[in-house]
Ligand binder design. Structure first.
Ligand code: ZN
Length: 156
């Protein structure tokens, strides 16, 4: 009997993530596989859903739309701020990424999208928001999670 992927299983996968143009965005090749707790929202919903019922050795290709990936681009996350907000930074340049504290206390990545005079356009969308994700996945290991892992919602 092989374990099937389902809630409260600790699953290890090797994966390669590409965008629609076939460019590699992220990959576990040459690294340890990604190990996550299934059913605990450790990975994006579209990928988690596609892995249900799979067994070790299964290989699959999964296409995840933004609404089940990193979300759609939210225009409200793009704002203009005065360059004075970047006090202490020698040179503010397009493409720079900063970390900021969101209102809920979580860390938010903010990218400088444009610069015009004293106005800086910042974008707090996830870098993969709006991107259709193509995953190539191989399942390498499945085990039952411990009680502690289930209680914590992550793998130990
Ligand atoms: Zn823990």
């Amino acid at each position: 009997m092989s374990l099937l992927i389902g809630d409260n299983q600790v699953v290890s996968i090797h994966y390669t993530l590409t965008n629609e143009a076939g460019q590699v965005i992220d990959s576990s090749q040459d690294q340890d596989p990604l190990t996550y707790l299934h059913g605990a929202q450790n990975i994006i919903p579209g990928l988690e859903k596609a892995l249900v019922g799979k067994v070790v050795g299964d290989k699959l290709q999964v296409v995840v739309q933004p609404n089940e990936g990193y979300g759609e681009i939210d225009p409200r996350m793009v704002q203009n701020v005065d360059i004075a907000a970047f006090q202490g930074i020698d040179q503010v340049e397009v493409g720079m990424i900063f970390e900021a504290q969101a209102q809920d206390g979580s860390t938010q990545r903010i990218m400088i999208k444009a610069l015009e005079g004293d106005q800086v356009t910042i974008d707090a969308n996830h870098p993969l928001a709006g991107v259709v994700l193509h995953f190539d996945v191989e399942i390498t290991h499945i085990r039952e999670a411990t009680k502690e892992e289930i209680a914590h919602g992550h793998v130990h």
